[in-house]
Structure formats: C-alpha cells, structure tokens
Design a protein around this ligand. Structure first.
Ligand SMILES: Cc1cc2nc3c(=O)[nH]c(=O)nc-3n(C[C@H](O)[C@H](O)[C@H](O)COP(=O)(O)OP(=O)(O)OC[C@H]3O[C@@H](n4cnc5c(N)ncnc54)[C@H](O)[C@@H]3O)c2cc1C
Length: 565
C-alpha cells in the first residue's frame, strides 16, 4: 500500500511522472540502492506508455538482434537523423540499449518478446528488414493487487470490448477469421470468455498486452522495490537554491507538500502533446487554422517543460517535426465528444487508399504513420484544413474494416449511423457524402485501379519495401498492399492530424542532466522520456523509437544518479 506524501519528506530521487521514462529511471536508481519516490499527476499511473503499442527499438538486442551490427545501426541513425545526429548520445544508446533490456529482464518484472518488425525505412543504408524492435510480454495485472485499479486502462478505441489484442499477427488473424474458420471461432470464443470473466472479477481485463503490459510490469517492479507511486500528486514547482534543484512542491489530495531530493529531481512528465499553447505555436497545421486531435492522455500538458524552464532549462522547438505524427479519426462517443482512433493497421491493406478533398492520392499509404502524417501536412500546405479520407471498397471493408469500423460480420450500419463511416453506392455518391470532388475521386481512383489490377502503384510505389508489406495482406498477390477499388458500395473515414507524443524536449547531457541556455548542466535536474529531446531529431526510423530511448536513457540516468555509471 502506497503511503501518503508528507510535508518535508526527503528522498534521494524524486521522479515526476509514471510513464516508461520515469519508471525505468526509478527502478534502476532504487535497484542501485537509492531511496526513490515517484509522483504522478493523474489518478492512474502509466501515462502514454500504458496506451502505447509497447514496442521498443533497440538495435543489437539479444531477442532478435543476433545478426545486428553496431556499425550498420550507427549508419542508419546517421542517415535518419541528418543534421540532428548526436554522436555521443547515439553511441550511448547503441552501447547501452541491449544491456538495459538484459538488465531489466534479469533484475525486474519487465520482460520482452521478439517481433518481426522491419525498420520503417529498411532500404536506407544501415536499415534492416527485421530484428531491432521488441515488444513487452503480456502480463497478468492481478499481480498488482489493489494497485491494479490505479493502472491506466488501455486506449479504448484499440481494444475489442475492453479486451486487448495480443500484438502478434496470429491473434489478430484469428479475430479476422472468426466467422470463416472453426479453429479461429474457438480461439476467439476462449479469449472473450476469459476476458469477460476477468471483467466480472476485477472490473477490467486483467491480462494485458502491449504498452499496458509494459507500464504494469514497470509498476510491479517499482512496488517490489518499495518505490511508492503517488497518484493525484502533480509537481507544481521546483525548489532551487545555490546548489541547483533540491526538490519540488507537490499538490496532494491533502494539500501542498514539499519533498526534498538529495540526488536529483527527474522530469518524466511525458512532453507537451496536450499543451494547447505550445502546440499552437509549433504545429504547422495548427498555425494555418486546422485541427489536431491526439490520443495522448490529457495530463501531458507540458508540466515538465514548464517546471524545467522555470529552473533555467533550455527548451526550444527545433526539429522539423515537433511530434511523432499519427493520422487519427474521431470516434463519436455519443455525448458530442470524440475519442481518437490511431490508424495503425488499415492503411497498409490492399483496396484502401487515402485521398485529399480533390480526390487525389498524396502518398504511399503503407509508409509509417509519421511519414503519412508528414506527407498529409505537406499536401495540405496553403489550406486551412489538414485532412484526408481513407476510402475502401466493399471487399476491403468487409475483410479488414476501416479505422474503428470493424470487418464482417459486424454490420457497417453501426458506424454509418453515428456518422463515423460514410457510405455511397458509387464513388461519386461517396464523394458527395464526404465533401470530396466527385469527378476528381472517380478520375484518381480509375488511374490507381489501372496499375492496381496488376499489383502496381506507379505513382507512389506502395508495397516496395519490407516495411510496406509487413502489415499488408500476404494472401493478396502479387502485391500485398495493392488491390483495385471496384466493388461498391464504397466507404470512407475522415482522417485528421494527431500524434503519439512530442519529440522536442530539453537538451541534456548523455546522463540526462538538463542544460541551461549557456550549455551548463543544472545541478540536481534531469529529464527522461519525452521531456528530453529525442535522439531521433524529429524522425521516425523504426517501431519503438520513443520507448526504446525512454527506457535506455532512464537506465543511464538511474545509474548515474546512483553513481553506478
Ligand atoms: C496509441 C499509441 C501507441 C504508441 N505506441 C508506441 C510504441 O509501440 N513504441 C514507442 O516507442 N512509442 C509508442 N508511442 C509513444 C509512447 O507511448 C510515448 O512516447 C511514451 O510513452 C512517452 O513516455 P514518457 O515516459 O515520456 O511519458 P508518459 O508515458 O506519457 O508518462 C508521463 C506521465 O507524467 C505525468 N505527468 C504530467 N505532468 C505531471 C506533473 N506535473 N506531475 C506528475 N506527473 C505528471 C502524466 O500524467 C503521465 O502519466 C505510442 C503512443 C500512443 C498514443
């Protein structure tokens, strides 16, 4: 049971935020002998990490990196990060990432499984077709006891009736095939029966996967080390003196308290994706009057950046892409509000394309969310609205679904009635329903179909990389990403810009000490996770490029604080 915070309490390390960055730092520091306290603003712990896919990009990891080569990984990082290549940080990352994974798996409740993810740009020098990303192993959260209720639930739009998919393709395949194969039907029935029995017993699904499993495993590791995670306790002010930062003021349910940290305060508040002022100034599509809708939790309002700046930390928006872009659709929740659906799977499937309001395609839909998001922003330059529509024909809709709209046998009427899904007997009728130019849509889809019948996409070379094909449909040949849109009715979902978290953050030393405007390290002040500037320089080289560095640099910072580095 976590005790309440008391005024005047002291510890070695105070960690502000309970996502992967904060908890990895906390666990490492405590395991090396320090007295650590974690505070969390929200009533639940886990942050964006608990919403995430739980994938970490760690070149050279023992799970799947036996053949990975440090020089190749370095080359890839150089190619991907360009002018923002930070040799010292990259070297520390490549050197320590595999060690960090091994350490967590050996010493804590954190565990991973391999994935088959290719790098997002496998054809760039140093890129690989498989092997650098690992995934948090599923976890039975009943092991958290009473604290299970304080674990942030998964993002509702990517669950099925609250049940999390096992991130393996096999799991998802069984769900797609449940009405076609007895084996899949039995598999799905068993999974759902277990899920509903857990809901009856615990009030939520207990067996979790992906980022929810990662957050739960990190929290379990904290509790095993007697590290308290104080929820409903936002840091509101840092306490600084001649020796640097020495603690923080915290608003608890029982009043404001001051906690002193002998070794340091670690800002791990998850970046500023929900800081409306900062993003309005930084995001190009917001500057031109458009909309942004993020699945990042509401508590990530940039508190870490505000606190650090007030203590003299240097924060600038410097990367060409301030955030990890994610095309999202807005799922109506019935009371006039919406939840974000991140388009992680459908864009890769054959028979689904993205078009602008002119009816024209604008990119290779099977590239990463970040690349498609950046392409959408560029394609809408000069427009007030930054948006596109994902279009599917009946064959693709029934086989794969579209966004939040599930495939057959779930009736499409469920989604057309709420206005989420638009439908037209013909492409022109669909265009009218969406506000797309009907003639333009007919013309552009006809041009696309011509190549698609042969499995070709001369305009954007969809299906040309191992990454394009990874989440496509291997049953469709010769190109698993490409099929014509020919069979009506046709369907569409509107896509707007969203993000998975911010990339810009504090400049720090390799060990995570926050730098001031003169480039000096501020004693006692550290930043990890999205409060620290991404070593990817605003680029997205592969699956897990935020959680991989969040945990690796959390481990480095934790060891540094304990004098173990
Ligand atoms: C749907 C989705 C899928 C994703 N999948 C992946 C993936 O598979 N791999 C990957 O690498 N990245 C993924 N991401 C991005 C990744 O989840 C985030 O970049 C990462 O979790 C950030 O970790 P963090 O520790 O910096 O912050 P968070 O996990 O967001 O934690 C920060 C915590 O700090 C708390 N906080 C804020 N202010 C205060 C305060 N004043 N006092 C105390 N606490 C405070 C917040 O409430 C929050 O709980 C995904 C994101 C989303 C939305």
């Amino acid at each position: 049971m976590t005790k309440t915070l008391t005024d005047g309490q002291s510890c070695d390390v105070l960690v502000v935020g309970s996502g992967a960055g904060g908890l990895a730092t906390a666990v490492t520091a405590a395991k090396h002998g320090l007295d650590v306290v974690v505070i969390e603003k929200e009533p639940v712990f886990g942050g964006t990490t608990a919403f995430s896919g739980g994938v970490l990009w760690v070149p050279g990891n023992r799970h799947c990196g036996a053949n990975d080569n440090r020089d190749e990984a370095r080359r890839y990082m150089m190619e991907e990060t360009g002018n923002f290549y930070d040799a010292a940080a990259v070297e520390a990352y490549l050197e320590t990432g595999p060690e960090m994974l091994d350490w967590f798996e050996r010493e804590t409740s954190v565990a991973f499984v391999p994935t088959l993810y290719p790098d997002y740009h496998p054809d760039v020098p140093g890129g690989v077709d498989v092997g650098r990303s690992v995934l948090a192993a599923p976890f039975d959260t009943s092991a958290l006891g009473k604290d299970m209720k304080r674990l942030r639930p998964p993002l509702s739009t990517i669950t099925f009736m609250g049940m999390m998919f096992n991130s393996s393709n096999a799991d998802i395949k069984h769900f797609f095939n449940a009405t076609k194969s007895l084996k899949s039907f039995l598999y799905v029935s068993k999974r759902l029966a277990l899920h509903f029995s857990e809901v009856l017993r615990y009030g939520r699904g207990a067996n979790v996967t992906s980022g929810n499993a990662l957050a739960a495993r990190l929290a379990k590791s904290c509790f095993d080390l007697n590290i308290p995670i104080h929820t409903d306790c936002p840091a509101t002010k840092l306490i600084s003196g001649p020796d640097g930062v020495t603690g923080a003021e915290i608003r608890t349910p029982d009043g404001v308290v001051t906690v002193t940290a002998r070794k340091g305060v670690v800002l791990a508040a998850g970046g500023f994706a929900q800081d409306t002022d900062r993003i309005r100034k930084a995001y190009p599509h917001l500057k031109r009057g458009g909309e942004h809708f993020t699945p990042v939790p509401e508590g990530n309002t940039g508190d870490g950046i505000d606190l650090g700046e007030a203590a003299g930390g240097k924060f600038d928006v410097q990367f060409p892409n301030t955030s990890a872009w994610m095309p999202v659709s807005k799922v109506p929740t019935g009371n006039g509000s919406f939840t974000a659906f991140p388009h992680l799977l459908d864009r890769y499937k054959p028979g689904i394309v993205a078009v602008l309001k002119s009816g024209a395609r604008f990119t290779n839909e099977s590239e990463s969310y970040h690349d498609v998001g950046a392409a959408l922003m560029a394609a809408c330059e000069g427009e007030t609205e930054t948006a596109c529509w994902l279009i599917a024909d009946q064959t693709a809709m029934r086989k794969y679904g579209l966004g939040f709209a599930k495939p057959a046998p779930v009736p499409t009427a469920l989604y057309t009635r709420s206005g989420y899904l638009k439908k037209g007997r013909t492409l022109a009728e669909l265009a009218e329903a969406c506000g797309i130019d009907p003639k333009g849509l007919e013309r552009h889809i006809a041009a696309y179909n011509e190549g698609a019948r042969q499995g070709e996409d001369p305009a954007f070379r969809r299906g040309s990389t191992a990454f394009n094909r990874y989440l496509a449909d291997p049953e469709v040949t010769p190109n698993p990403c490409v099929a014509p849109l020919e069979t009506g009715p046709f369907y569409a979902v509107k896509i707007v810009m969203g993000d998975l978290g911010t990339f810009d953050g504090f400049e720090t030393t390799v060990e995570g000490q926050v730098l001031d405007r003169e480039g000096s390290a501020i004693p006692g002040l550290f930043a990890v996770g999205n409060d620290r500037a991404s070593i990817m320089g605003g680029n997205y080289p592969g699956a897990g490029i935020t959680l991989g560095p969040a945990m690796t640099f959390g481990y480095i910072t934790g060891r540094h604080l304990a004098g173990a580095a």
